[in-house]
Write a protein that binds this ligand. Structure first.
Ligand SMILES: [Fe+2]
Ligand SMILES: [Fe+2]
Ligand SMILES: [Fe+2]
Length: 442
């Protein structure tokens, strides 16, 4: 059964698979941007380390394949720290360099395209002496170590151009032990081209990095993007047990609703991608606030609402992903204009976004959370119909869902259980192999 919706509007795009192409580099760059939003201390860190790593790679003369791996790894290198700890207070992560390197590597290895990249992340704090002896194959990860050292030790409140030559001298003292002397030399040579310093710690670093890094062979279709977004979803869900598995619930539910409302197969994958990404902006919200049990103050509520704007900001830098970005970042808009962040109303909200909105509310009220059970059929239909009748949610999408409630609820629950299982497996691997304890999401 396929429903015909009067609001076909800008939502239905009927994209053929061959039209949809996204660069892996742009996705990694967006993920790096989202990691950098987690705390003030991290501001710009992954982008800057990617930038330095790319300079060192160029001056050293790495092959383009090696440069691709080292730059992608540099842009994601501390993903393990962001996932393991709710508050990331230090860029140094001194007492747990091994833990966050391994955790990051395990997370990244879940993306098919990034196997080699994950190995470089695993060794990004291993001294060069040790790499040379035991892990010669991953020696280039030492470039990330060096780039990280420079960025971590650059004070944000002073101009970078005065500090970096001094820091390079410091690196030379560790040359041959902590760092590969040839990489330090490449960094020193690139230092001679001073004109790039002023670009650091600004949006320009990102642009320069994009221009210098054309990995055009890494082009993904819809399935490839979906595979990659598993990484985004892991980072969001691992940071807050209240949102654990939520993204996957919205992904499954919206794609099923999309199918019932006439969207084609590629677009159904779009819904899965949008579902996995819709709350990525929550990375910019302090975890303590997301997990707060009591009533939220007005100010706290406003901070949480900000996540929708951050989602838009993170996804805006990915050419080709525009439709998915709009569906994802409009999940809190409401048809009567009372939603956020933009207060869109009526036909300005596409059918795709309306589906995301219903899927988000449905998943939120039916999923079990640590402090309450999910609602049953009667309660859920009552809440959804009230929202449909009062022109908050699209009444037709709501009715389509209620008509086949059991079917969609079972798929939602199955999808969320699978996500939970993935997380448990990840936690088990980290614990049994490396003694690393992750957060309890049960
Ligand atoms: Fe690190
Ligand atoms: Fe770092
Ligand atoms: Fe949200």
């Amino acid at each position: 059964m396929v429903f015909q919706h009067e609001c076909q509007g800008p939502g239905l795009v009927y994209t053929e698979d061959s039209d949809f192409k996204v660069r892996l580099f742009d996705l990694v760059s967006a993920l790096a941007r989202s990691l950098d939003m987690v705390s003030q201390t991290l501001a710009g860190h992954h982008t800057n380390v990617g930038f330095f790593a790319s300079r060192i790679a160029d001056f050293y003369g790495l092959s383009s394949f090696e440069k691709r791996n080292v730059v992608l790894a540099a842009m994601l290198h501390d993903i393990g720290a962001v996932s393991l700890y709710p508050a990331v207070d230090s860029l140094l992560f001194e007492d747990d360099t091994i833990k966050h390197s391994i955790a990051g590597s395990v997370i990244i290895s879940s993306s098919k395209k990034l196997h080699d990249v994950s190995k470089l992340v695993e060794y990004h704090h291993t001294p060069w002496e040790e790499l040379r002896e035991r892990k010669k194959h991953y020696e280039i990860s030492n470039i990330i170590n060096l780039a990280d050292f420079i960025d971590v030790n650059t004070r944000r409140d002073r101009p970078a151009r005065h500090q970096i030559p001094v820091l390079i001298e410091l690196c030379r003292k560790h040359s041959g032990t902590l760092f590969n002397p040839d990489y330090v030399e490449a960094l020193r040579e690139s230092e001679a081209k001073r004109n790039y310093y002023h670009r650091l710690h600004s949006a320009r670093a990102e642009k320069t990095l994009t221009l210098s890094t054309q990995f055009d062979s890494d082009i993904l279709d819809a399935e490839g993007v979906l595979d990659f977004t598993g990484l985004f979803a892991k980072v969001i869900d691992f940071r807050s047990r209240f949102t654990a598995t939520h993204s996957q619930g919205v992904a499954v539910t919206s794609s099923v609703l999309g199918r019932w409302l006439g969207f084609n197969e590629v677009e159904q994958v779009f819904f899965q991608i949008a579902g996995r990404l819709h709350d990525i902006g929550k990375l910019a919200v302090p975890a303590a606030l997301l997990e707060k049990n009591g009533r939220l103050t007005k100010e706290e509520f406003a901070i949480i609402q900000g996540h929708a704007t951050y989602t838009e900001h993170i996804l805006s830098g990915i050419p080709g992903l525009e439709v998915i970005r709009d569906w994802a970042c409009q999940h809190h808009e409401r048809i009567d204009g009372t939603g956020y962040p933009s207060g869109l109303a009526g036909r300005d909200i596409s059918l795709g976004s309306r589906i995301l909105q219903v899927a988000d509310v449905f998943t939120a009220i039916t999923e079990d959370r640590p402090y309450r059970r999910g609602m049953d059929f009667e309660q859920t239909t009552k809440v959804l119909r009230q929202l449909g009748d009062s022109e908050k949610l699209d009444p037709i999408v709501v009715e389509v869902l209620i008509e086949r409630y059991d079917e969609i609820n079972e798929l939602r629950s199955k999808g969320q259980n699978q996500a939970l299982e993935h997380f448990s497996n990840y936690s088990k691997v980290l614990y049994s192999k490396y003694g690393i304890v992750t957060k309890d999401v049960s």
